[in-house]
Design a protein around this ligand. Structure first.
Ligand SMILES: [Zn+2]
Length: 213
Protein backbone atom coordinates (compact mmCIF):
# COMPACT_ATOMS: atom_id res chain seq x y z
CA UNK A 1 0.00 0.00 0.00
CA UNK A 2 1.30 3.39 -0.97
CA UNK A 3 1.83 6.04 1.66
CA UNK A 4 1.42 8.80 -0.88
CA UNK A 5 -0.46 11.65 0.86
CA UNK A 6 -4.19 11.01 0.65
CA UNK A 7 -5.02 14.73 0.46
CA UNK A 8 -2.95 15.00 -2.71
CA UNK A 9 -4.64 11.96 -4.27
CA UNK A 10 -8.03 13.45 -3.44
CA UNK A 11 -6.99 16.76 -5.00
CA UNK A 12 -5.80 14.94 -8.11
CA UNK A 13 -9.10 13.12 -8.37
CA UNK A 14 -10.95 16.43 -8.22
CA UNK A 15 -8.60 17.92 -10.79
CA UNK A 16 -9.16 15.03 -13.21
CA UNK A 17 -12.92 15.14 -12.90
CA UNK A 18 -13.12 18.94 -12.93
CA UNK A 19 -10.49 21.20 -14.37
CA UNK A 20 -8.82 18.58 -16.55
CA UNK A 21 -12.10 17.74 -18.24
CA UNK A 22 -12.63 21.44 -19.01
CA UNK A 23 -9.09 21.94 -20.24
CA UNK A 24 -8.26 18.55 -21.78
CA UNK A 25 -8.19 20.03 -25.28
CA UNK A 26 -5.73 22.65 -24.14
CA UNK A 27 -3.51 20.05 -22.45
CA UNK A 28 -3.53 17.93 -25.62
CA UNK A 29 -2.65 20.87 -27.80
CA UNK A 30 0.14 21.93 -25.43
CA UNK A 31 1.50 18.38 -25.48
CA UNK A 32 1.50 18.29 -29.28
CA UNK A 33 2.70 21.81 -30.04
CA UNK A 34 4.84 22.43 -26.98
CA UNK A 35 4.57 25.26 -24.48
CA UNK A 36 4.52 28.93 -25.38
CA UNK A 37 4.12 30.68 -22.01
CA UNK A 38 3.68 34.47 -22.20
CA UNK A 39 5.39 35.33 -18.91
CA UNK A 40 8.34 34.22 -16.84
CA UNK A 41 7.41 34.57 -13.18
CA UNK A 42 9.97 34.52 -10.40
CA UNK A 43 8.09 33.87 -7.17
CA UNK A 44 8.66 32.66 -3.64
CA UNK A 45 8.30 29.03 -2.49
CA UNK A 46 5.73 30.22 0.05
CA UNK A 47 2.60 28.05 -0.13
CA UNK A 48 0.40 31.14 0.16
CA UNK A 49 1.75 32.93 -2.91
CA UNK A 50 1.27 30.57 -5.87
CA UNK A 51 1.39 32.62 -9.10
CA UNK A 52 -0.98 30.38 -11.08
CA UNK A 53 -3.60 30.84 -8.38
CA UNK A 54 -3.12 34.59 -7.92
CA UNK A 55 -3.20 35.36 -11.65
CA UNK A 56 -5.80 32.71 -12.41
CA UNK A 57 -3.61 31.16 -15.10
CA UNK A 58 -4.19 27.87 -16.86
CA UNK A 59 -1.68 25.34 -18.17
CA UNK A 60 0.91 26.71 -20.55
CA UNK A 61 0.58 30.37 -19.55
CA UNK A 62 3.27 30.98 -16.94
CA UNK A 63 6.83 29.70 -16.82
CA UNK A 64 7.45 29.78 -13.08
CA UNK A 65 10.65 29.75 -11.07
CA UNK A 66 10.11 29.59 -7.34
CA UNK A 67 12.84 29.96 -4.79
CA UNK A 68 13.11 31.19 -1.21
CA UNK A 69 12.13 34.90 -1.23
CA UNK A 70 11.92 35.16 -5.04
CA UNK A 71 15.52 36.29 -5.45
CA UNK A 72 17.40 36.62 -8.72
CA UNK A 73 21.12 36.16 -8.17
CA UNK A 74 23.55 38.21 -10.25
CA UNK A 75 24.95 36.74 -13.46
CA UNK A 76 27.77 34.42 -12.41
CA UNK A 77 29.05 32.06 -15.13
CA UNK A 78 31.28 30.21 -12.68
CA UNK A 79 30.39 26.60 -13.41
CA UNK A 80 28.44 26.23 -10.15
CA UNK A 81 24.85 25.01 -9.80
CA UNK A 82 22.54 27.92 -10.61
CA UNK A 83 18.92 26.75 -10.73
CA UNK A 84 17.36 30.18 -11.12
CA UNK A 85 19.84 31.26 -13.79
CA UNK A 86 19.22 28.02 -15.72
CA UNK A 87 15.48 28.68 -15.72
CA UNK A 88 16.05 32.29 -16.85
CA UNK A 89 18.30 31.14 -19.65
CA UNK A 90 15.74 28.62 -20.90
CA UNK A 91 12.82 31.03 -20.64
CA UNK A 92 14.56 33.84 -22.51
CA UNK A 93 16.69 31.98 -25.03
CA UNK A 94 14.62 28.90 -25.83
CA UNK A 95 11.03 29.94 -25.08
CA UNK A 96 11.61 33.57 -26.17
CA UNK A 97 9.59 34.94 -23.28
CA UNK A 98 9.66 38.73 -23.32
CA UNK A 99 7.81 39.59 -20.09
CA UNK A 100 9.43 38.82 -16.75
CA UNK A 101 7.71 39.40 -13.41
CA UNK A 102 9.50 39.28 -10.07
CA UNK A 103 6.74 38.78 -7.53
CA UNK A 104 7.32 39.19 -3.82
CA UNK A 105 4.74 38.88 -1.09
CA UNK A 106 3.87 40.00 2.42
CA UNK A 107 5.03 38.13 5.53
CA UNK A 108 7.84 36.45 3.58
CA UNK A 109 9.82 34.16 5.88
CA UNK A 110 12.91 34.40 3.69
CA UNK A 111 12.90 38.19 3.85
CA UNK A 112 12.37 38.02 7.59
CA UNK A 113 15.46 35.80 7.84
CA UNK A 114 17.46 38.36 5.85
CA UNK A 115 16.28 41.17 8.12
CA UNK A 116 16.91 39.32 11.35
CA UNK A 117 19.26 36.41 10.69
CA UNK A 118 18.84 33.44 12.99
CA UNK A 119 21.56 32.91 15.58
CA UNK A 120 21.81 29.26 14.64
CA UNK A 121 21.42 27.92 11.09
CA UNK A 122 18.55 25.48 10.48
CA UNK A 123 21.07 22.83 9.45
CA UNK A 124 24.85 22.59 9.21
CA UNK A 125 24.65 23.51 5.52
CA UNK A 126 22.98 26.85 6.38
CA UNK A 127 21.56 27.01 2.87
CA UNK A 128 19.02 29.69 3.76
CA UNK A 129 21.64 31.82 5.48
CA UNK A 130 23.87 31.58 2.43
CA UNK A 131 21.04 32.19 -0.03
CA UNK A 132 19.64 35.18 1.86
CA UNK A 133 23.20 36.49 2.26
CA UNK A 134 22.62 37.81 -1.25
CA UNK A 135 20.49 40.49 0.41
CA UNK A 136 22.77 41.18 3.37
CA UNK A 137 24.07 44.59 2.35
CA UNK A 138 20.58 45.65 1.23
CA UNK A 139 19.00 44.44 4.49
CA UNK A 140 21.61 46.34 6.48
CA UNK A 141 20.37 49.56 4.92
CA UNK A 142 16.81 49.11 6.19
CA UNK A 143 16.64 51.35 9.27
CA UNK A 144 16.14 49.56 12.57
CA UNK A 145 15.15 52.64 14.55
CA UNK A 146 12.02 52.78 16.67
CA UNK A 147 10.16 54.94 14.19
CA UNK A 148 9.57 51.88 12.01
CA UNK A 149 7.65 48.86 13.18
CA UNK A 150 8.97 45.40 12.43
CA UNK A 151 6.31 44.78 9.79
CA UNK A 152 7.07 48.12 8.11
CA UNK A 153 10.72 47.16 7.90
CA UNK A 154 9.80 43.81 6.50
CA UNK A 155 7.46 45.23 3.85
CA UNK A 156 10.17 47.70 2.91
CA UNK A 157 12.75 44.96 2.41
CA UNK A 158 10.27 42.77 0.52
CA UNK A 159 9.84 45.61 -1.97
CA UNK A 160 13.45 46.78 -2.08
CA UNK A 161 14.46 43.18 -2.69
CA UNK A 162 12.24 43.05 -5.78
CA UNK A 163 14.06 46.09 -7.18
CA UNK A 164 17.34 44.40 -6.28
CA UNK A 165 16.36 41.24 -8.16
CA UNK A 166 15.34 43.31 -11.16
CA UNK A 167 18.75 45.00 -11.12
CA UNK A 168 20.36 41.53 -10.99
CA UNK A 169 18.20 40.37 -13.91
CA UNK A 170 19.77 43.12 -15.97
CA UNK A 171 23.26 41.71 -15.30
CA UNK A 172 22.38 38.76 -17.55
CA UNK A 173 23.67 39.75 -21.00
CA UNK A 174 20.78 38.11 -22.88
CA UNK A 175 18.24 40.07 -20.79
CA UNK A 176 20.13 43.36 -20.79
CA UNK A 177 20.51 43.36 -24.58
CA UNK A 178 16.82 42.61 -25.17
CA UNK A 179 15.77 45.23 -22.62
CA UNK A 180 17.97 47.89 -24.18
CA UNK A 181 16.44 47.09 -27.56
CA UNK A 182 13.01 47.55 -26.03
CA UNK A 183 11.98 43.95 -26.69
CA UNK A 184 12.03 42.77 -23.09
CA UNK A 185 9.74 44.06 -20.35
CA UNK A 186 10.64 43.51 -16.71
CA UNK A 187 8.03 44.02 -14.01
CA UNK A 188 7.87 43.94 -10.23
CA UNK A 189 4.86 42.89 -8.17
CA UNK A 190 4.09 42.43 -4.50
CA UNK A 191 1.15 40.41 -3.23
CA UNK A 192 -0.36 41.04 0.19
CA UNK A 193 -1.41 37.59 1.33
CA UNK A 194 -3.58 38.97 4.13
CA UNK A 195 -5.81 41.18 1.96
CA UNK A 196 -5.28 39.71 -1.50
CA UNK A 197 -4.08 43.09 -2.77
CA UNK A 198 -1.66 43.12 -5.68
CA UNK A 199 0.77 46.01 -5.96
CA UNK A 200 2.84 46.54 -9.10
CA UNK A 201 6.08 48.40 -9.48
CA UNK A 202 6.19 51.65 -11.40
CA UNK A 203 9.00 51.03 -13.89
CA UNK A 204 10.19 54.66 -13.75
CA UNK A 205 10.15 55.43 -10.03
CA UNK A 206 10.35 51.92 -8.55
CA UNK A 207 7.37 52.74 -6.33
CA UNK A 208 4.72 50.11 -5.71
CA UNK A 209 1.24 51.18 -6.70
CA UNK A 210 -2.18 49.58 -6.99
CA UNK A 211 -2.68 48.62 -10.65
CA UNK A 212 -5.51 49.95 -12.78
CA UNK A 213 -7.37 47.03 -14.33
ZN1 LIG B 1 8.36 34.32 0.69
Amino acid sequence: MSDFPVSLLKGYEDFMSGRYVEESGRYRSLAEKGQKPHTLMIACCDSRAAPETIFNCGPGELFVVRNVANLVPPYEPDGQFHATSAALEYAVQALKIRDIVVMGHGRCGGIQAALDPMDEPLSPGDFIGKWMGMLRSTADQIPSTEIMTQSERQTALERVSIRNSIANLKTFPCIRILEEKGSMRIHGAWFDISTGELWVMDGKTGDFIRPQA
